[in-house]
Write a protein that binds this ligand. Sequence first.
Ligand code: ATR
Length: 285
Amino acid sequence: MTGISGAAKLAGVIGWPIKHSLSPALHGYWLQSLNIDGAYVPLAVEPANLEVAVRTLPNLGFAGANVTVPHKEAVRAFIDHETETTTRIGAVNTLICNEDGTITGDNTDAFGFISHLYDAAPSWSPLLGTAVVLGAGGAARAVIDALQQAGVSQILVTNRTQEKAQALADHFGVGVHVVPWPERSDALNDAMLLVNTTTLGMTGKPSLDITLNGLASDAVVYDIVYAPLLTDLLKAAAERGLTTVDGLGMLLHQARPGFAAWFGTLPEVTGALREHVLEVLRSRG
Ligand code: ATR
């Protein structure tokens, strides 16, 4: 389709700042390749304007929107319904405008995380054993929820600020335990999955200091950082012959349910989509 018609369906991504978001490129690729009459636009919304912006979406005829940093938690105050996943995670990344003018908040980060894990590491199963999660921010909440819902019976959380890890363990309850940050390498003994949700290893951030010796030889290492795509953690894991999972797939998969709700088709994550988004990342240097 060249351009859009007057009947085009509309969605976007609300954040502040928003210009670095990859979501417009991602959804734009799907809209074009699926030949859908729709548009997905960046919406730069300052925190002070969040309520008005969100409440205006149905009035402008938007089908919905994604929500990103720094609004994922604050936006809960301005919606009418939220899914059980949203309540468990405590954050919204997807808004759906309903026919009656109300707005539902969903969280698809957990879906994105686990979908990409099953895709990229088909040998992994939740029943194989312990998972270790590094970090205790918003991303860690989505990851722990996904692992718990998938049926992982033991999840160890370790974070520089231990109280935050403890708060997560208290929130998610049975099967989630805290390991002190200085003992993070020891926590890997016999673990089948290691997930980095910290910002360590990201371009411009300090590197992640951890020894992978304790991991089982068939363990999986998942780094949700995607800039760079191949982090030092993933390099070290690959050198040991472990299965590695990078962070880009989580971003691509989390976008699928929103696209389906707004535009009526559940899109696929393909090699061509990944290449397209990687090209956008590369063009930024
Ligand atoms: P997100 O919502 O994306 O998870 P975040 O809430 O900023 O982002 O969380 C970043 C994570 O990286 C936190 O777990 C943070 O640890 P603290 O809770 O102690 O702040 C972790 N992190 C950031 N810089 C770190 C560093 N230099 N050393 C160890 N952990 C770090």
